[in-house]
Design a protein around this ligand. Sequence first.
Ligand code: G3I
Ligand code: 9MR
Ligand code: ZN
Length: 745
Amino acid sequence: MKRSKALLALAMAAALTVSMTGCKSQDSTENSSEEVTTEQPADTERENMIVNGDFSDDLTNWFLYTNGATAAQSVNADGEMEIQVTEPGTLEHAVQPYYDGFSLETGCVYEFSFDVHSTVERTMQWRLQLNGGDYHAYVSDIITVNEEVQHVTASFTMEEATDPAPRLCVNMGMLEGCPSDLGEHTVYFDNFALYLTDDSGKVEGAGGVETTDINVNQIGYIPDAEKKAVVRAEAGTEITGEFNVVDVKTDETVFTGTLADAKENTASGEQTAIADFSELTEAGTYKVVTENYGESFEFEIGEGIYDKVMDSAMRMFYLQRCGSVLEDETFGHDACHTGGAVIYGDTSSAAREVTGGWHDAGDYGRYTVAGAKAAADLMLAYENYGEQFGDDTGIPESGNGIPDILDEVKYELDWMLMMQDSETGGVYHKITCANFPDSVMPEEETEQLILAPVSTTATADFAAVMAMAARVYQDIDADYQKTCLAAAEQAWSYLEATPGDGKGFLNPESIVTGEYGDPDDSDERYWALAELYKTTKSDTYLSALKEYKAEDIVDGLGWQNVGLYGVYAYLSSGDSSDVYYQSVESHFKQAVDSVLQKAEQDSYGVTLGSGDYYWGSNLQAANNGMLLLMADQLSPNETYVRVARQQLDYLMGTNTNSYCFITGFGTLSPENPHHRPSQAVGSAMPGMLIGGPDADLDDPYAQATLADRPEAACYVDNVQSYSCNEVTIYWNSPLVYLMTGMEAD
Ligand code: G3I
Ligand code: 9MR
Ligand code: ZN
């Protein structure tokens, strides 16, 4: 806070109406009743909703977004926030200082103000806006600033639905009305203030979502499976009594049991008890009813109850396809991302064609390590449960005599082959634009595509997956088998000549899309060797594999830690009398046991312990379920299958959030996934597993709405919350594996 300027600003207030003219923002009056006032906040006791609006705590809470521009943010000796613009870029929001962490409530009147001056005369636009989706402003104005300190103030009513996490920002890129030769300059801000001036018109919101205190698998249970509902009450209270299972068609009670295993569940901060109705095997539609804890959502018991979910979960891959025309009533679109790609840092490189593959997630990037995990899961599902996959799912290749799942995976593999540098064998880490796109359909993302540098993790994952493909497609397409094997071997040669650098891939300057970083590539190398060995049975790969001590393998079935894929490939093909084999086997069993232990401790039976609810926690649950089924393949065990099933139950509704985490299925499911096609079309694509609870609160919306919640409850169905409500191909792929395994069992 610079006191002299603040006083000056008070003195200048009268001149405001004049200084705030200039070009009016289009959305300044559209969404709010706004008027420019010259009043000063009379009541100094009112609480300023902008914490550190005077920069007395340096830049705490303040950030700078740039997109194709060069600018720097600092607090100067006068206590003002300085934005030094070197290159203003071309977009309005190319330079954008911003602040999150306040809320705007329907019907309330607010007063917003700040001080500003600039070394050159220019226009800029301040905004209080939705922080996601179309980023529209609730209130905004374009102002012209110059060397004189100007006190900007506006009063407005929040006309839209309460927003618990809007963003205050100033667009300082090239705005209409800005001098075209706007060169290097500095803009100074101070004394940001937002006061609630009148809450008499406050409209209470529609309220939160309706959850239940008896949580079940909302899709349902296979007749001979274990069936458990989890009843909850406040921590510290008792749960006792009976429960009934009621047939919703006849309203008759078909099963009565006693609530058991009452205990406190740490991750969700609740008291819980179990209603076990496994004995009920008759097909039908039911709900669990209690006297004191309400009733559950409906669910089914029956054969084939996951079929529709399975079809949708597989169709998601088709609908994520990049580079070809998609046929779909709702999500169909023209071919996207067909413009050539340039190689990062090589300005002379001619644009090259890198088309195809699946869009990663809610964004349209294509990332090698992420794609490898997804492709591997689908190939494993086919290798282990091949008879379950048909040739008639309605993709363009249906009816070609090849199971559709293999056609779908080939779509990804064909793209991956283009990601390999044919000279060195190294594989590019990703292909994306420099920034994430707006909430548009994919063909509307038309910025330059860039191939980010080769990484050893991408190259090793590629080698592993191509070696798998050489197995999976050998009876289907001999030429393809050869291509895949040659690509895998060339990638391995690259890795032999290129040791890991201990840092792994880091986003190069100016590329801000997903990093998928991983400093340790030993598990990726292990996986590559194990798949190459499984496919070729060559001693060269086996002896290289044996260089890795079993206890050093970094476990995981993720995009970052992949060691268990390698372990599985080796255990399913190696010589079990070998001492090395036995050491790997016991390492594998330890990993499986630790997963089982977690499930044992959690009331919902999920294999997540304290500290496991981070970004993509649903992936951990799905992966652990898949791991248990893989363990069952190696050494059949009912406990493995039972606990794997619990992971599916958790994902489909037996969780503290009462959500079936798969879009379009169950009674309560995510309707607002962070997924650009769903956002553009206005309805959630069905069959997508969302990321789930993330106790690290990795986005502004989560920070604003989920603070202080127990770990497992850090979930919100909001489009802005990319850290808990996004979707990815590699979250759907273990779900496909898990559902397939359950149906096969
Ligand atoms: O592995 C560590 C674990 O050991 C540790 O205990 C835990 C504690 O927080 O962190 C774990 O690392 C996590 C890492 O994912 C691996 O799972 C990080 O916390 C977590 O922040 C990180 O999140 C990733 C996120 O990008 C941010 O990098 C997600 O897994 C990943 O799915 C997500 O990927 C994005 C892409 O960048 C862009 N496309 C969409 C996609 C999905 O949101
Ligand atoms: O939409 C992006 C999502 O796909 C990513 O997972 C996420 C994290 O990398 O980032 C999202 O993009 C956000 C960006 O990081 C910050 N500005 C808001 C973007 C979301 O709309
Ligand atoms: Zn595309």
